[in-house]
Structures are given as structure tokens and as C-alpha cells.
Write a protein that binds this ligand. Structure first.
Ligand code: WTA
Length: 653
């Protein structure tokens, strides 16, 4: 396809290939393409087999999938319970003493929780919920730090058939109230506070403010974590330890229908109102278990797996709770930030627990790059055998750094593309078979069918376009809570018969998929569409750059102009010369068309608490407009700084 006609042009090519090593292959679960071939022949049969192999059903399903575009139903008639699959069956199989979680608090306190321990706690809390009047079909809001009570609360909901709605602890009380009201939650589970970079973050106080506007909430359960003083409202608020004291540690798991609501997870869209993404039981569990097992090449009895995300995001739901527990894995959960008490906390954790699989995000990797390789180099990371990445496109430089300094050139890096809406990983290498290209998420997994299309929705065999999914998949969202029309409009209206993910993607000469960022992050410069991700990748490719975010700003001549926000590595000096060097570097790597008009240096980039760079805010800065709502910022001070920098470096062309 000619560059002129491609929907999104891609100028950068990365040709390094990394084959799985012989040592890795010797122990890998998947060594050839047989699984892809089977799924190709009959994807429904493929998923049927996965559902039967990976999940324990109380009653078997009678039909694999009903598909009435855009609504799908999976494993119809099947009855199961998620907590039973995550806990009881492992205990019944004699693995009750296996560690489910090595939990580590930020201050250094630790807990080792076996499958038997976790089952007991979950049953007790399930009974506690029942005693508070929570019944099958109710919604429960959860607003907690990364303490062990969080997975206990989620699993207890699944045990009795209530749907949870976990709201990330970094959200404001307004955001919490909006989500509670949309879900009409009956109970809120929270904690007095949580630890973050040595400080105590209040949570219960935010709940109190939120609940002024939430008439549906009858009870609040409060776990103690920080010993922060809290106000307990009589008749409404109960301490976790008080209510748990009174409960029996046995509670029968509720047999749920495969299509019963498992949870809601709110995610932001283009309007101010967040979308309550709905996930159901059987299909979701099947795909998270399948992907967790094969993408991470899991040996449940040997691996120590660590997904370093927050449970408040979908990555934590699928790959800290439901995938690993369904597979009977041993995981690490770490409560705090990576730089407390020092910048080597993660490498210390990996060394002490002998972590074998690490799953994290490019933004974290680039932060570690910025801090320097001496931090990982000071620890024994020889237990690691596989690395994963999720959340945004990983630029080749970060990929290679991760591979070299963390994986010590021994561990494959699986770049996993998926979304809150997809529920589970959709595009990723299988580490025993796929030849890796740094920066490419490689191929759709077996049973998943993605296509890149042009502006008119025609499939593109090679070149850039829009990422779409053409067949239903088991973990797909079942809709937006209370708003089926918005579901249809948001995901299914842009291209006829296709789920549109909102991401740009490219297929290269070898058929590899390259994610190019959200299409609303695509710039149009002099009629050329350029992905912000590509320019960022080129900037980060420069040895002085730690992190970069690129946005398009309105430009009277070229439509949009490319503005790069850049954080330099320690020891590098911000200067006009350095800016010029970076602009030339991008021109060299991608082409003159992509030369940023302006480089703005900043000590930190504004990020959401989940680590995504707030490009819209940066675009606002670049366009000189007001900053708008910044409540989801990790550090609000950054905003002011960026604004000041923007003012002082504007027009540096
Ligand atoms: C982006 C996170 C490139 C993408 C699981 C997607 C990625 C959005 C990748 C979903 C990846 C996630 N490569 N981009 N490996 N993983 N994304 O809902 O733009 O928080 O649409 O789910 O993150 O973000 P969400």
C-alpha cells in the first residue's frame, strides 16, 4: 500500500528479531503453531475446549456462543462460580498450602497467604456481606489500597453472586460518587487509608464526602491499614475486623449463570461521564485463564508471578486476581511505589521472592531507564525468565532496555495489547514460538481475529490503519452498564460489523502488528497523518531522553504542528541546543515530516494514577488553552510546571 493512501502513515521501521532461546523453548508450553491452526479451523470449538479444560463448571454449557451483533453471549446454560474456580478447587486438589499471594506493604510489612488461607478469609467476608444484606445480583463498590483485603472483598462478591465495582484509590470523592450512583451500589468497602511514597493517603474521608450524594449505599465496611483517625457513622459504618470476627469460614459458592454480571469497571470515554464496562462470568474467566497461562507460559507449581499493576485497573482484575488464581499460580502483590524507600524496591522484591515472571507497563520501564541501570544491577535478577508489557505501545528503546537490563538478554518480552473492554489479552506473542520484534505486539492470539482497516473499513494487508476486531471473543465487554445505545455507538458504529478499538495499528511486511496509539492521538501535519507514538519513540531513542510525550497543536500553515514534551535523563542539561539536537534526531529517525516544531522540557510528565500520560492536557498546554479538570493527576504540581515551561519555550522554532 502506498504511503499516501494508508490511513495512518508509519515511517519508522524496527528490524531486529529475537528468537526464543533454546533454553526457554525446552520448558515452554507452546512450541509450534498447532494451537493457532486449530483455532483457525474453528474458533468456537477452540474456545469450547479452553472453557472445558481451564474452568470447573457446576453444570456444563450447552452452546458455545450466541452472536447478535454487537451483543454476544458465551457458554450458554453453563453454571459456575468464580471464587470456587479461583480457590476451592485448588484446595480440593491438595494445593491448599500453595502460596496464592506474597503480599508486601510499602512500609515493609509482609504476609504470605496460601490458597487455604484465602479461601477461609473469602468465605468469612462473603458471610459478612450476606449479614449486611448483600444478595445475588447486587452491586458492591470497593475503594481500597493494595492490601490483601482488596482481593478478599472482590472474591467474596463473586462467591455470593454480587457484582463488584472497584474504584481506583487515586480517584476523587466526586469520581467515586459518580460511579457508586451509576451502579446503584448497596455497600461500599474501603480502608482508613493507604500508603503511598511514605505518606498516608486518606480513603475513608473521601468515602464520607462521596456518600453525601449516594442514597443507594446502606453500609460501609472499613479495613484498618494506616491507623488514620476516621469518623464512623453509627448504623452505617462497620470495621472490617469487627464484622469478620463474627463469621464462619465456610460459605457455599453460589452457582452463577455463565452470563451473570461479574463486575463493572468504569473507564473514561470521550464524554465526561465514565462508562461502566460490564464483564460476565464464564467467557471472561475462560479467556483470562487461557491468556494468563499461555502468554506467560505459566507453570503454576514453580513460577512466582508478579503483575505490578494496581488492582483498581483492569490489568489488576484480570492478571492479579482472576487469571492467576484460576490457574492456581503464586503471585506477588506490592502495595506501594517503586521508589520507596529507594529506587531499587522492585529489584529487591524480585530478588527476595525469586520472581520468575514480571508484567509491567512501558511508563514504569522508562522511569527505570531514567533512574539508571545501577538500580537493577545491584540485585540478583537471575530468577526472572519472562517479561511482559501492557498499557501503551512500548517503544523499541524501552523494549531493548527491559530485555537487556532486567531480562539480562535471557527473558522473552511479551508485549500484550488489550483494553478494559476486551477484558483479556488479545494481541501478544506466545513466548516459546513467536520471534519477537521490539515494539511490535506481534500477532493476535489463537481464537482472536483482528484486522487493520482503512478509512472506509476495507481490510489492509500491509500498512497503517485502524485496529478492529471482527469476531466476538469470550471476555468481550457485554455492554456499558445501563446504556446499550452508547455501547453500540462507541464501539460498533465507526466500521460496519467491526468492533473498533480506538487504536491505530500497522501491519508490516511480515504481518506483525504495531500499535500506533489512540487515533485521537494521531496528528495531521500538512495532510500527513503521523502517530504521536512514533515521534515519541524516536525521541526516546535519543540517548539523552528519558521520556517523551508528543501532541499535535493547531498550526495555521500545516494544520497541526508536532510538539514534544521531553524529560531528560539524570545529568542531562535542558538547553536550546539540546532541543535542536532532538528535533534533528527525530527528522533523522522518521523523516523531516516528523520534525517537532517545538520541544518543551519538563522534569516530569503529567500522568494519570494508572500511569498513562495525559496527552489531552499536554495538547491543551500546547494550544495555550485552559487546563481544565486535573483531578486525576498523580502530581498536580506538574501541571503548573508544564504550563510555565510551555510559556517560556513556546515558539522555539
Ligand atoms: C493502550 C489496559 C499498545 C491502547 C489493558 C488501548 C496498548 C488502551 C497496549 C486500553 C499495548 C494497552 N500496546 N497500546 N501493548 N496495551 N494499550 O483500558 O491504546 O486501560 O486502547 O486497558 O491502552 O487501556 P485500558
Amino acid at each position: 500500500m502506498e504511503a499516501e493512501t494508508a490511513a495512518i502513515e508509519n515511517y519508522m521501521s524496527e528490524n531486529r528479531l529475537f528468537e526464543p532461546s533454546e533454553a526457554f523453548k525446552r520448558q515452554a508450553l507452546v512450541l509450534d503453531n498447532a494451537m493457532y491452526d486449530r483455532a483457525q479451523v474453528d474458533y468456537l470449538e477452540f474456545w469450547k475446549n479452553q472453557a472445558n479444560e481451564l474452568i470447573t463448571w457446576f453444570e456444563p454449557f450447552s452452546e458455545v456462543c450466541q452472536w447478535e451483533l454487537p451483543f454476544s453471549r458465551w457458554f450458554l446454560g453453563g453454571k459456575l462460580n468464580v471464587s470456587y474456580n479461583c480457590l476451592d478447587r485448588h484446595v480440593e486438589a491438595g494445593n491448599g498450602d500453595r502460596v496464592a499471594y506474597y503480599w508486601e506493604g510499602e512500609p515493609g510489612d509482609v504476609k504470605t497467604v496460601t490458597y487455604s488461607d484465602l479461601l477461609g478469609e473469602v468465605c468469612r467476608f462473603a458471610n459478612a456481606l450476606k449479614s449486611l444484606g448483600v444478595a445475588r445480583g447486587d452491586r458492591v463498590a470497593i475503594y481500597m489500597p493494595m492490601i490483601i483485603e482488596l482481593p478478599v472483598a472482590m472474591l467474596a462478591c463473586t462467591r455470593i453472586g454480587a457484582a463488584h465495582s472497584v474504584v481506583f484509590g487515586g480517584f476523587s470523592s466526586e469520581a467515586l460518587a459518580g460511579r457508586i450512583n451509576d451502579a446503584q451500589a448497596k455497600v461500599v468497602i474501603t480502608a482508613d487509608g493507604g500508603f503511598r511514597r511514605g505518606a498516608k493517603i486518606a480513603l475513608k474521608a473521601n468515602v464520607d464526602v462521596a456518600l453525601d450524594e449516594c442514597p443507594s449505599v446502606e453500609k460501609v465496611v472499613v479495613a484498618r491499614r494506616t491507623d488514620t483517625e476516621v469518623t464512623m457513622v453509627d448504623g452505617r459504618d462497620i470495621w472490617w475486623h469487627d464484622i469478620m470476627d463474627r463469621q464462619s469460614s465456610s460459605c457455599d459458592p453460589e452457582p452463577m449463570d455463565s452470563e451473570d454480571l461479574l463486575y463493572l469497571l468504569y473507564t473514561s470515554g470521550t464524554t465526561a461521564k465514565p462508562k461502566g464496562i460490564m464483564h460476565t462470568t464464564g467467557g471472561y474467566l475462560t479467556q483470562v485463564a487461557f491468556t494468563h497461562k499461555y502468554v506467560f507460559d505459566l507453570k503454576a507449581d514453580r513460577d512466582v508471578y508478579w503483575c505490578a499493576a494496581d488492582i483498581g485497573w483492569v490489568t489488576g482484575h484480570s492478571y492479579i486476581l482472576y487469571g492467576p488464581l484460576t490457574n492456581g499460580a503464586t503471585s506477588v502483590i506490592y502495595e506501594g511505589t517503586p521508589d520507596f524507600p529507594d529506587k531499587d524496591r522492585w529489584w529487591d522484591i524480585i530478588e527476595r521472592y525469586k520472581v520468575t515472571i514480571l508484567y509491567t507497563a512501558p511508563t514504569a520501564i522508562r522511569t527505570f531507564m531514567k533512574w539508571g541501570e545501577k538500580y537493577p544491577a545491584g540485585h540478583d535478577l537471575s530468577s526472572l525468565r519472562l517479561l511482559g508489557s501492557v498499557g501503551e505501545p512500548i517503544n523499541p528503546e524501552a523494549w531493548v532496555w527491559y530485555f537487556t537490563h532486567i531480562g539480562q538478554e535471557r527473558c522473552p518480552v511479551v508485549d500484550t495489547w488489550w483494553q478494559t473492554e476486551t477484558g483479556a489479552i488479545m494481541i501478544s506473542a506466545l513466548p516459546g514460538v513467536t520471534k519477537l520484534k521490539p515494539g511490535s505486539a506481534t500477532f493476535a492470539l489463537p481464537g482472536i481475529s483482528v484486522e487493520v482497516v482503512d478509512d472506509n473499513g476495507a481490510k489492509i494487508e500491509k500498512g497503517g490503519g485502524y485496529l478492529t476486531i471482527v469476531r466476538p471473543w469470550p471476555a468481550m465487554l457485554r455492554g456499558i452498564y445501563g446504556d446499550p445505545e452508547r455501547y453500540r455507538e462507541t464501539y460498533w458504529s465507526r466500521f460496519d460489523g467491526r468492533y473498533f478499538a480506538g487504536d491505530g495499528a500497522k501491519v508490516d511486511d511480515d504481518g506483525y502488528l504495531w500499535l500506533l496509539g489512540r487515533v485521537d492521538d494521531v496528528m495531521n501535519v500538512s495532510g500527513h497523518r503521523i502517530s504521536t507514538t512514533e515521534v515519541e519513540s524516536a525521541l526516546v531513542d535519543h540517548p539523552s531522553v528519558a521520556e517523551a510525550a508528543v501532541v499535535g497543536a493547531n498550526d495555521p500553515t500545516t494544520g497541526q504542528a508536532i510538539i514534544g514534551f521531553v524529560t531528560l535523563k539524570a545529568g542531562q542539561v535542558q538547553s536550546t541546543e539540546k532541543g535542536e539536537e532532538l528535533r534533528s534526531h527525530v527528522a533523522k529517525v522518521i523523516g523531516a515530516i516528523a520534525r517537532p516544531k517545538t520541544i518543551i522540557f519538563t522534569d516530569e510528565l503529567p500522568k494519570t494514577r494508572s500511569g498513562k500520560i495525559m496527552r489531552r492536557l499536554l495538547a491543551d498546554v500546547a494550544n495555550g488553552r485552559s487546563l481544565g479538570d486535573t483531578t486525576t493527576l498523580a502530581d498536580p504540581g506538574v501541571v503548573e510546571e508544564i504550563r510555565v515551561k510551555a510559556l517560556t519555550s513556546a515558539g522555539d522554532d
